[in-house]
Design a protein around this ligand. Structure first.
Ligand SMILES: Cc1ncc(COP(=O)(O)O)c(C=O)c1O
Length: 412
């Protein structure tokens, strides 16, 4: 049996006709740039996320850059973020001239740990009349940028407290988490992207809501952010050929918007299918590992320092009050690298998100982090493994993937 890591065709195929009809409409109207589908998608996303504004952009990286620029974050400023994420999160901070500050992640969620952020703010920063100053660099700490990794929201209740107490901007990297939700301030189903000052999405094809190419979006309730982002995404122009800012050409393409609009109608169904897959993975793993006498634990049950029985397989869990969308499904397994080889020989697709934490990337050498600085992240980057996950993945495929892994672990 072969189980691909992703099967994008499975979700596109049933909608092909509807999508082509919408694409034909664009040819009829020739509204290729900032056309009707872009406006419609912004309206639909605004409503879905429960926010005042949504702005389509060329990709998720631009969404982060434009969010930062719209908050006037730049040279001399610092932004606290996760070291365990796709590179673009910190790349965007660097891109606007600011400095990323990495705090460690929680072993139970793999997301930026608000307790580590508080530790940094309390013990490594000073309050001044300008704001919070990083004692080591003299930089002004302006924002905190948690990432909703793998489709699970970061602990936004705690991050909102931090935002308020320390007067920081709160930016959500929700690239992997369109449709994820949580309980917040007594409200249920509060969507990813809507909890902070600004939320950033990617519509890269593998995301929960994925296009047929690149796309991105920011959502916000703040008038000032929306107004400035709107200007920056069209060359800093408020009035055609008059430029009050340096900006970008970062418009969401009409074709992508049309496809995303069609797909948005199926998003909740697809998220439910992703959740079912993750639940099947977890229960089949639990049964088979138990019968094979291999230790395992749920990520939520790990001690706060992330230390665990070295032979245990860690399965992902969703904390109470959160809706995990399982954009990807990750386990932690000892001898991950030889497991990857074994899975390839069994025709099972897999990926490692992410093998090198951002604080140890060559390009961030100038930040002067070293091995051992962020131990939870470093440990997880050595044993995390993403298994096949997409809405249409069948139960036979899940069974086969789990069997293959348990067979590998038994042999050792
Ligand atoms: C966490 C995270 N942030 C940012 C991005 C950047 O999005 P894009 O690839 O659309 O530029 C991605 C996409 O892979 C991501 O996973």
């Amino acid at each position: 049996m072969k189980v691909p890591f992703l099967d994008l065709k499975a979700s596109f195929e049933p909608l092909r006709e509807e999508m082509f009809k919408e694409l034909n409409g664009i040819f009829d109207r020739t509204d290729f740039v900032l056309g009707q589908p872009v406006k419609k998608l912004e309206e639909a996303a605004r409503e879905y996320c429960g926010v005042k504004y949504a702005l389509g952009l060329a990709n998720g990286t631009d969404a982060l850059v434009i969010a930062l620029r719209s908050l006037r974050i730049g040279k001399g400023d610092e932004v606290i973020t996760s070291p365990f994420t796709f590179f673009a999160t910190a790349e965007s901070i660097n891109e606007v001239g600011a400095r990323p500050v990495f705090c460690d992640i929680s072993p139970d969620t793999y997301n930026l740990d608000p307790r580590k952020v508080v530790d940094f703010l309390e013990n490594y920063c000073d309050q001044s009349d300008k704001g919070i100053i990083n004692r080591a660099t003299g930089g002004l700490v302006k924002a905190v940028l948690p990432v909703h990794l793998y489709g699970l929201m970061a602990e936004m209740t705690e991050f909102r407290r931090i935002q308020e107490k320390y007067g920081l901007e709160l930016i959500e990297d929700a690239a992997q988490a369109f449709g994820a939700a949580m309980e917040l301030d007594g409200r249920s189903d509060v969507k990813a992207g809507s909890c902070g000052d600004v939320g950033c999405f990617s519509f890269y094809p593998s995301k929960n809501l994925g296009g047929a190419g690149d796309g991105g979006m920011i959502v916000t309730n703040r008038d000032d952010i929306h107004e400035l982002a709107k200007v920056i995404h069209v060359h800093g122009s408020r009035q055609r050929y008059h430029h009050s800012e340096f900006g970008y050409n970062s418009r969401l393409d009409s074709f992508q918007a049309a496809i995303l609009l069609v797909k948005l109608a199926s998003l909740d169904k697809w998220i439910d299918m992703r959740i079912k897959n993750a639940e099947s993975y977890n229960s089949i793993f639990a049964n088979k590992l138990k019968s094979a006498g291999i230790p395992f634990a749920m990520s939520a049950d790990l001690p706060p320092n992330g230390k665990r029985d070295e032979n245990a397989v860690i399965l992902p869990s969703c904390p109470a009050g959160f809706k995990h969308t399982y954009n990807t499904y990750e386990i932690r397994t000892p001898k991950r690298d030889s497991c990857v080889e074994f899975l390839a020989s069994r025709g099972v697709g897999n990926m490692i998100y992410y093998p090198v934490p951002l604080h140890l990337q060559d390009v961030f050498e100038y930040l002067k982090y070293s091995d051992g600085d962020l131990p939870v992240t470093e440990a997880i980057s050595t044993d995390i493994l993403a298994l096949p996950q997409y809405p249409e993945l069948g139960s036979d495929a899940i069974e086969y993937v789990v069997e293959s892994i348990v067979e590998f672990l038994k042999k050792k």
